[in-house]
Design a protein around this ligand. Structure first.
Ligand SMILES: Nc1ncnc2c1ncn2[C@@H]1O[C@H](COP(=O)(O)OP(=O)(O)O)[C@@H](O)[C@H]1O
Ligand SMILES: [Mg+2]
Length: 477
C-alpha cells in the first residue's frame, strides 16, 4: 500500500559540521569548540577542499570565513553549497565586521554571522541555535511528508463511476488554487477528500487548518477566523492571530459551512474577496493568502432560496463541486472499505490474517449505513476487537445489521433466492412474529386475508409448524 518508509525520519547521530578557515590557529580553535559540543567535525583551509568535503559528506552546517585567501570568499562558497543543498546551514565568520557584508551574508542564505574576535560561548550558542532550527525544520518536513503519505489519493478507497469521477476532479483541482465545495452526507469522506486535495497541492508545505462552523457560537467563530486585538472584549488578554492568517500560504477547511450565521457569511465573503481581514478591535487590515475548501451536508442552493445562505458566498466557495455519494449508493465499495479497515485494525491490534465470513460480508453489503463510511469504519474496528477467531462472523457484527428489513434486502440481493422463496420466507417470519394470527399477518403484509391463505397453502406454511396457525385459520375462515 502506501510507501511508508520512503522518507526516513531525521537521521540519528551527531550533526556534521564543516569548518572552512585558512588561518590555522583560528581554524583549530573553531574545530575544538565544535568538537566539544559533540559534533562530527570536518575542516578545510580552502574553498576547493571544502567543496570536495561538502560533496562527499552530508554536512549539516558550515562555519565559513568570509575572506579566504585561497579561492574566493566564504560567502561565494556558501552560495554554491546551498544551491545544491538548501538545507545546509551556514555561519559566516568575519574579521571585517561591516553592516554591509553581514547583511549580504544573511541575504545570501547564511543563518547568522559572527565577528572576530568572538567569545567561545557566543560561537557555540549561534551554532547550537542554527542546528536546533535545522532539526526543527527537518522534523517538520518529515511530519509533513508523513501527512502527505497518509492523505495520498490512493488512501481513499473506492471504485465505480461515482468515486472515479471524484478522483478525476480532485486530481485536477489539486493543481489549482480554486475553491472547492465538497458535499455529501455525514461520514462520506468530505474531510478526507479536503485533506487529500491540500496535501497534493502546491500548498502542501503550508498548513491545513479545519474549522467547524457548526460547533462554535457566532462571536467565537468570528474571533477564531479573524483574530482579535488585546482588549477587544473582556477576556481578550492578548492579541490573537486569526485562522485565516495562521493558515497563510496554506488551506482553510470550512466544515459545515452551511451552519455559518448569515452576518458572518457576509464578513467572510468580504475577507475572501479582499484577501485581507480585520481582527476584532483593529482598524488595520491583515493580508492573508489561503485556499478555501468547504464542506456541507446541506443543500446550499435550497439554503440560498430559503434565505439562510448568501448567494454570493456560495458562488465564491463553489467554484468546483465534489459530491460524495452516500455509501448505500456505492455498495461495490463496501467490501473494499471493509477490508481496508480490517487491515487497519489488524495493524493496531498487531494481528494478521483476519477476514470476513461470507455471511458477515453479506450483512455489511446490505446494511444501508446511515452514518456512511465512518459508521462502517467504527463497526469493523469493533468487530475486529471482539472477534474470537481470525474470521469475523455475522454474530460478531452489531444487531442493527440483522434487522428484518436489512435481512430481506440481503436476501433479495445476494442470497440467490428466487422471488417466491423470498416471499415464502418473509411470510413465514411474519406469521412467526404474530404467533400464527393470520388476520394480523395479512395486515402486516398488506395483503388480503384470502391471498394470505392461498400463499400459506401454496408454500405449505401450515405444514412448517407455525404455532397456532390451524386454530386461527379455523376461526377466520
Ligand atoms: N473512501 C474512503 N476511503 C478510506 N477511508 C474513508 C473513505 N471515506 C471516508 N473514510 C474514512 O471515514 C471516516 C469519515 O470520513 P470524513 O472525511 O471525516 O467524513 P465527513 O467529513 O464527510 O463526515 C474517516 O475516518 C475517513 O478516513
Ligand atoms: Mg466531517
Amino acid at each position: 500500500m502506501s510507501a511508508e518508509h520512503a522518507f526516513p525520519p531525521p537521521r540519528p547521530g551527531p550533526f556534521r559540521v564543516l569548518v572552512v578557515e585558512d588561518e590555522p590557529l583560528m581554524r583549530s580553535i573553531i574545530v575544538q569548540l565544535a568538537r566539544s559540543e559533540g559534533y562530527e567535525v570536518f575542516e578545510a583551509a580552502s574553498a576547493e577542499v571544502a567543496f570536495q568535503i561538502f560533496e562527499k559528506e552530508k554536512i549539516d552546517l558550515a562555519i565559513l570565513d568570509l575572506n579566504l585567501t585561497a579561492g574566493g570568499s566564504g560567502l561565494e562558497l556558501l552560495k554554491r553549497m546551498r544551491a545544491i543543498d538548501a538545507e545546509m546551514m551556514g555561519i559566516i565568520v568575519t574579521a571585517y565586521a561591516s553592516v554591509e557584508s553581514a547583511v549580504e551574508a544573511l541575504h545570501e542564505g547564511a543563518y547568522d554571522y559572527i565577528t572576530k574576535p568572538f567569545a567561545n560561548e557566543h560561537l557555540k550558542a549561534v551554532v547550537r541555535k542554527a542546528l536546533e532550527s535545522k532539526a526543527l525544520f527537518r522534523e517538520n518536513r518529515y511530519l509533513r511528508q508523513e501527512l502527505r503519505e497518509k492523505y495520498r489519493f490512493d488512501n481513499i478507497i473506492g471504485k465505480g463511476d461515482a468515486i472515479e469521477q471524484v478522483f478525476r476532479v480532485m486530481e485536477k483541482v489539486a493543481r489549482t488554487d480554486s475553491s472547492v465545495l465538497i458535499t455529501g452526507e455525514s461520514g462520506t469522506g468530505k474531510e478526507l477528500v479536503a485533506r487529500a486535495i491540500h496535501f497534493t497541492s502546491e500548498r502542501a508545505n503550508g498548513r491545513f487548518l479545519p474549522i467547524n462552523c457548526g460547533a462554535l457560537p457566532e462571536n467565537l467563530l468570528e474571533s477564531e477566523l479573524f483574530g482579535y486585538k488585546k482588549g477587544a472584549f473582556t477576556g481578550a488578554g492578548q492579541d490573537k492571530v486569526g485562522l485565516l492568517k495562521a493558515a497563510d500560504k496554506g488551506t482553510v477547511f470550512f466544515d459545515e459551512i452551511g451552519e455559518m450565521p448569515l452576518a458572518l457569511q457576509v464578513k467572510l465573503l468580504r475577507a475572501l474577496q479582499e484577501r485581507e481581514c480585520y481582527p476584532l478591535g483593529s482598524n488595520d487590515p491583515i493580508a492573508f493568502d489561503v485556499r478555501v475548501l468547504c464542506a456541507t451536508n446541506r443543500n446550499l442552493d435550497a439554503e440560498v432560496k430559503a434565505g439562510r445562505f448568501r448567494e454570493e458566498l456560495l458562488y465564491r466557495i463553489n467554484v468546483i463541486n465534489i459530491n460524495l455519494p452516500p455509501l448505500r449508493d456505492r455498495k461495490d465499495d463496501i467490501p473494499l472499505l471493509a477490508n481496508h479497515f480490517l487491515r487497519k485494525s489488524e495493524k493496531s491490534l498487531a494481528r494478521t490474517g483476519m477476514r470476513f465470513s461470507k455471511g458477515a460480508m453479506r450483512l455489511l453489503i446490505n446494511y444501508p449505513w446511515p452514518g456512511n463510511v465512518r459508521e462502517l469504519e467504527n463497526t469493523i474496528e469493533r468487530a475486529a476487537i471482539l472477534a474470537e477467531t481470525d474470521v469475523i462472523h455475522s454474530h460478531d457484527l452489531p444487531d442493527k445489521l440483522r434487522s428484518p428489513s436489512t435481512a430481506i434486502v440481503a436476501n433479495l440481493e445476494s442470497s440467490g433466492l428466487t422471488l417466491e422463496e423470498l416471499e415464502r420466507e418473509h411470510i413465514r417470519r411474519v406469521l412467526e412474529k404474530v404467533e400464527g394470527d393470520k388476520a394480523k399477518a395479512a395486515q402486516v403484509l398488506g395483503i388480503h386475508l384470502s391471498t394470505l391463505y392461498r400463499k400459506v397453502q401454496r408454500y405449505r406454511l401450515d405444514d412448517a409448524g407455525v404455532p397456532g396457525s390451524a386454530e386461527s385459520a379455523a376461526h377466520t375462515a
